[in-house]
Design a protein around this ligand. Structure first.
Ligand code: DP6
Length: 333
């Protein structure tokens, strides 16, 4: 093999219009269309090395050997790459996030996007970005969007995501208000499956999601901030409402989350343009225009429930980096 090693970086993305629920669980196809902003902060760096000497895959995440479900999900993606390439060589994978893993900050999105790009390249495959997005999507549907910079879309039932508008299209900021440190108790995959199985609100969610998606897509095209914010907040709260109606209820929103949500609404009523979104975790991501980002950051940082604020602008899509560039960035292992 000519190039058995590759390193890729990918940024996390935050859904402005949420993916929640699968139309086909076995193929991991989304039941609803989603739309995201790729962020310039929250980065995963992943190196994949296919090595004929290895008897099995070796996976290290944030400096620790991955076990159980985490390890299985990585190996499953490597298996798909091996099947495409038609070889059986095992790989050494090392990956590092510059933000807390599995805490509701979309670490699986940047993680599987970086892994899909690094693994397919290391295997010698030169795949179109859409195909790499499809590989990532099979591991975690939100990851399909992180291959693309700026605004990305993953239509319902779709194999892969595509870019709606590049990062320079609109100078927005997403401020991540971290309300708790530590891993979240329940993963998105399980939580959305329970919602589908037991929430009487799930059907209403799936029926209304395309309307929210279309509103948001138009708002992005026409740079209508309030229209985008309104669709984003409704998508967020409809998704959480569908979870609240499961038995037992799934509650990702904590007291801290609600305090930040209320503060955002108050600030908006006082004339600071800002809108909230929350994923499968307690943190609140607050969208604003670049010119208001500093004022908003001061307001959020002042809240006792907020541990820290990570300000993010629109970021680029996943890309390969050289070993030299890697050496200047992070120590992988
Ligand atoms: C709330 O992409 O993590 O962040 O496909 O089962 O891996 P799987 O789910 P995942 O779900 C993300 C859910 C969300 C909303 C979103 O990113 O669209």
């Amino acid at each position: 093999m000519s190039q058995p090693l590759a390193v890729a970086i990918a940024h996390s993305n935050i859904a402005l219009i949420k993916y929640w629920g699968k139309s086909d669980s076995a193929r991991n196809l989304p039941a609803v269309p989603s739309l995201s902003l790729t962020l310039d902060g929250l980065t995963t760096t992943t190196r994949v090395h296919f090595d004929a000497e290895l008897a099995e895959d070796h996976v290290e995440l944030d400096g620790s050997v991955a076990l159980g479900r985490e390890q299985k999900r990585v190996v499953a993606l490597l298996d798909r790459v091996r099947a495409l390439r038609g070889f059986d060589t095992r790989a050494r994978v090392a990956s590092r996030n510059d933000f807390p893993t599995a805490a509701g900050l979309a670490s699986s999105a940047s993680g599987f996007a970086a892994l899909a790009l690094a693994a397919s390249t290391a295997a010698g495959l030169e795949l179109p970005l859409e195909t790499v997005s499809g590989l990532a999507r099979q591991s975690s549907a939100s990851a399909a969007r992180s291959l693309f910079g700026g605004f990305a879309s993953l239509p319902a039932d779709s194999e892969c995501a595509h870019q709606l508008a590049p990062e320079g299209h609109w100078d927005l900021r997403l401020l991540v208000a971290v309300t708790e440190e530590g891993r979240k108790p329940l993963g998105s995959t399980e939580a959305m499956e329970v919602t589908k199985q037991s929430s009487p609100y799930y059907a209403a969610w799936v029926a209304h999601a395309p309307t929210l998606y279309q509103e948001a897509e138009r708002a992005i095209r026409e740079l209508q901030f309030d229209a985008l914010g309104a669709s984003m907040e409704q998508s967020t709260l409809m998704m959480h409402a569908s979870m609240w109606a499961t038995r037992p209820a799934i509650l990702f929103l904590t007291e801290g989350t609600l305090a930040v949500i209320h503060r955002v609404r108050t600030l908006r009523s006082q004339g600071l343009p800002c809108y909230f979104t929350v994923d499968a975790g307690p943190h609140v991501k607050v969208l604003t225009e670049a010119k208001h980002a500093d004022a908003l950051q001061c307001e959020l940082t002042a809240l006792s429930q907020v541990k820290r604020v990570i300000p993010c602008a629109a970021g680029a899509g996943a890309r390969l980096i050289s070993e030299t560039e890697l050496a200047g960035k992070v120590a992988l292992c």
